[in-house]
Design a protein around this ligand. Structure first.
Ligand SMILES: [Zn+2]
Length: 465
């Protein structure tokens, strides 16, 4: 028989440890992002990784010790809907990149292109609990008219396009990701084959296609606001022709200048027509405002002192060398980024007003877009673009679940849902910055209090050295 003090100590550890089951939170404020409201003083009970009860405070916990979360706010686990967690170069170790998401309350990511075999293997290990990391919703390699490598599939003809879609679907991709360089014939072949195979295709709007055509062809999400300014331009027809010529002759200088010209000839009526097309076809937008903002400010020395750099592996940090990146970015391209960074929020605001649907995505870990942390930056930028805090939160919780057709598991706090949750010290509906005030993360029913999350971060820091 154990002495009493060991029993007491064990009971104490049970309260703090990650394996508590059932896990019961009492007096907690439950946030409903999609309804923009808070249910005060609830009891939330979790068994085997599933939410089994969300009830009024009068309900006594059924069994096991309870965590008193008085004054704290529970939100659904966050999803970063645009990441690249398996880029071959620069290399991020799985034990570095994935805990950064969990420690920041991001319990799922949409991986928008990378090493398919590696991603599939990681997805399986995460689901089995063998690797700590967010749920991975993966597209695998990019479809592009270029020479293939481990991260791309070369699509030069409509047959290549159909074969690529069939192969990815049969090998377990969750969706198809396309990049900017694709012929019209290949693009429409991807659209048709995706529809036939019941799989969504998403990505950039290629230079050969208009954003309106993409929406009508069934492209399910448009990333980085690609192609939108052009269709909103009063000179669209003229510019489209010139852009095609510039694309064919690979005159990227002219290409960029033409897109700039499109942005400066924005027409409200044309924009309204395009946005109505997005609404009608259910075309989602993932503007990745933080990516553009970051790239547009790389001439600012503040980045060299960013405290989050300590979580970036040394090899990656060397590749991120700001001055070297700047050298590869000619001044006129930096100016383009600055223009885009100031226009992006205006475009987002206009689309939001028109009823277009959005998701939050960071495009990390591109240079200085810090995995995990940068989703919180994106939420703030969405609020600066006219979202209410509830709408911003919705773009990282309820909307991703709906987009992935997984609303029965994720995105809201209700009975029967996966227990991926974030406990906050303050109300995020009052101030979106409060999503950073993380008291605990619950992932698959496991409870990681602040002390555990800090330990996770310091482990990442030492591995990154
Ligand atoms: Zn990307």
């Amino acid at each position: 028989m154990k002495p009493l003090w060991t029993v007491l100590l064990l009971a104490l550890f049970a309260r703090l440890s990650v394996g508590q089951d059932p896990l019961v939170l009492v007096n907690v404020n439950v946030v409903m992002p999609h309804e923009g409201k808070v249910l005060r003083n609830r009891t939330v009970e979790i068994k085997n990784g599933i939410i089994t009860t969300v009830a009024g405070s009068s309900r006594e916990p059924q069994d096991g010790p309870a965590i008193n979360a008085k004054g704290q706010y529970l939100i659904p686990g966050l999803w970063d809907m645009h990441t690249h967690t398996s880029f071959i170069s620069p290399q991020w170790d799985e034990k570095i990149i994935y805990p950064l998401y969990i420690a920041n309350g991001i319990t799922g990511v949409r991986d928008m292109g990378g090493d398919f075999e590696l991603l599939k293997q990681r997805r399986a290990r995460i689901e089995k609990g063998e690797l700590l990391g967010p749920h991975l919703y993966i597209g695998g390699p990019f479809l592009i008219d270029a020479e293939p490598d481990a991260q791309t599939i070369s699509v030069k003809t409509p047959k290549d396009a159909r074969d690529a879609v069939d192969k990815l679907k049969s090998e377990g991709a969750d969706f198809i990701k396309i990049l900017s360089r694709l012929s019209r014939e290949s693009y429409f072949a991807i659209a048709q084959e995706s529809e036939k195979d019941h799989i969504h295709f998403v990505g950039h709007v290629p230079g050969t296609i208009s954003a309106s055509e993409a929406s009508t062809a069934g492209q399910y999400s448009i990333e980085h606001l690609t192609g939108i300014s052009l269709v909103c331009s009063s000179q669209e027809a003229d510019l489209q022709g010139k852009i095609k010529t510039a694309t064919a002759s690979r005159d990227w200088f002219a290409y960029r200048a033409l897109y700039e010209q499109a942005a400066w000839t924005y027409d409200d009526q044309k924009a309204a027509t395009l946005f109505a097309t997005f609404v009608k076809n259910n075309t989602w937008q993932v503007p990745t405002l933080i990516w553009t903002k970051t790239q547009s400010t790389l001439d600012d020395a503040k980045w060299d002192a960013d405290p989050r750099l300590k979580y970036v592996p040394t090899s990656v940090r060397n590749e991120w060398d700001r001055k070297a990146v700047l050298k590869q970015t000619p001044p006129d391209i930096l100016t383009d980024y600055k223009n885009q960074a100031s226009r992006g929020p205006q475009l987002v605001k206009a689309m939001l007003k028109a009823g277009v649907r959005f998701m939050a995505g960071s495009d990390g870990p591109d240079p200085y877009v810090f995995p995990g942390f940068s989703l919180h930056d994106e939420l703030e930028l969405l609020v600066q673009s006219g979202f209410t805090p509830a709408q911003a939160l919705e773009a990282a919780t309820t909307s991703p679940a709906m987009f992935m057709e997984k609303s029965d598991k994720y995105g809201t706090i209700e009975k029967g849902h996966t227990a991926d949750l974030v406990l906050l010290e303050a109300n995020p509906l009052e101030d979106i910055h409060n999503t950073r005030k993380i008291a605990a993360v619950i992932f698959g029913g496991k409870y990681y209090p602040r002390a555990e999350l800090d330990k996770m971060l310091s482990q990442v820091e030492s591995l990154a050295k």
